[in-house]
Design a protein around this ligand. Structure first.
Ligand code: NAD
Ligand code: DAU
Length: 340
């Protein structure tokens, strides 16, 4: 199989590339990535050694470039990870999110149609379902939960999902969609909660917790997400949506305290800062469908996954310190200086 992986220089896409390279030596992989602030070619250094892997720098919203690539490569499968992915940035510049997440998806769908791709897979998010109240632990997102978005990011992802499903209904494009909960693990960009807190705690810097820290996220180790997508593209039913999550709900404060404990750092580093506007209270995925239909179950427990992740950040200081040394400093100043 020849597989296009868009956004493969980012967090989950790069983990997915390594997941496939380690399991399917016969498959050919091409990564298309614009190398935005979140994309990092250093992450793909090892993959670039493989004759089965090729990297192309480019924008998924660039129709000419995308069509040329599809014409040359004749992909069997497209897995679209490419996106603007950070909620806080979407509050700052919504337009960029619409351009990449919606228009970019449309270009990929058109190209998949024109060149007869056998499967187009859209990597989506549980954020399209909005949020759940904190005092109703009995409620979960199923694939039937109505779309009800909160941020420009989640609205753009929901718009893309609807487009993907419209291309199935209208043009019979063979699509699947997955909606996963919060991922964590290696190569996670240090603007997101877990890598931000690990990298700051290691430098004894304050840890900015939004609001009261009681918001709940449902954490999944990134490799389990990769395994689920792999199953869906090979065995999933065309036209279907699959929720992915491992029933690993934690408040943000619990997550931050776990990191501090593992690093033997004091809780006094925690600083409560002004909340995110529109902050979703709780995400919780019901993964019954993917378990029942495809036999998927997460393999990594939260405590084990966190230990592995923290160890990875300890052993890959150069990777994240290079990021922190760049335009990231302006980003942090812009995002956090007005919060305290
Ligand atoms: P990320 O921000 O780490 O990586 C995104 C990648 O996309 C980067 O390499 C970036 O350079 C690339 N990119 C951005 N705009 C592009 C464009 N116009 N053309 C080509 N490439 C472009 O994101 P991530 O956390 O790895 O998320 C990947 C996907 O998974 C996203 O679609 C996201 O919505 C979804 N998702 C993420 C999570 C999570 O917890 N991180 C959970 C569920 C779903
Ligand atoms: O649920 C899936 C989504 O998870 C993905 O679709 C998104 O791409 C991904 O970024 C993630 O979104 P969140 O907004 O949940 O992730 P983030 O790491 O930004 O924040 C996690 C929680 O931590 C959230 O409740 C906000 C809080 N937070 C975050 C940051 C960056 C803080 O308290 N302080 C912070 O500095």
């Amino acid at each position: 199989m020849k597989i296009l992986i868009t956004g493969g220089a980012g967090f989950i896409g790069s983990n997915f590339i390594y997941y496939l390279l380690g399991r399917y030596p016969e498959d050919e992989l091409v990564c298309l990535d614009a190398l935005t602030y979140a994309g990092n070619l250093e992450t793909l250094e090892e993959a670039l050694q493989s004759p089965k892997f090729r990297f192309v720098k480019g924008d998924i919203a660039d129709r000419t470039l995308v069509y040329d690539l599809f014409e040359t490569e004749r992909f069997d499968v497209v897995v679209n990870f490419a996106a603007e992915s950070h909620v806080d940035r979407s509050i700052e510049t919504p337009e960029l999110f619409l351009r990449t997440n919606v228009m970019g998806t449309q270009v990929l769908l058109d190209a998949s149609r024109k060149y007869g791709v056998k499967r187009y897979h859209q990597v989506s998010t549980d954020e399209v379902y909005g949020d759940l109240p904190l005092d109703r632990p009995d409620l979960f997102f199923t694939e039937e939960t109505p779309i009800h978005t909160s941020s420009p990011y989640s609205a753009s992802k929901a718009a893309a999902d609807l487009l993907v499903l419209a291309y199935y209904r209208t043009f019979s494009l063979p699509v699947t969609v997955s909606r996963c909960s919060n991922n964590y693990g290696p190569y996670h960009f240090p603007e997101k909660l877990i890598p931000l807190m690990i990298s700051r705690a290691l430098k004894d810097q304050n840890l900015p917790v939004y609001g009261t820290g009681e918001n709940v996220r449902d954490w999944l180790y990134v490799e389990d997400h990769c395994a689920a997508i792999d199953l869906i593209i090979r065995k999933g039913t065309i036209g279907e949506v699959y929720n992915i999550g491992g029933h690993n709900e934690r408040t943000n404060l619990e997550v931050v305290k776990t990191i501090l404990r593992e690093l033997d750092k004091p809780e006094s580093l925690i600083t409560y800062v002004t909340d995110r506007p529109g902050h979703d209270r709780r995400y919780a995925i019901d993964p019954t469908k993917i378990h029942r239909e495809l036999g998927w179950l997460p393999a990594t427990k939260f405590d084990e996954g966190m230990k592995r992740t923290i160890l990875w950040y300890l052993n890959h200081r150069n990777w994240w310190e290079r990021i922190l040394a760049g335009e990231y400093q302006d980003y942090y100043e812009r995002m956090y200086s007005h919060r305290s």
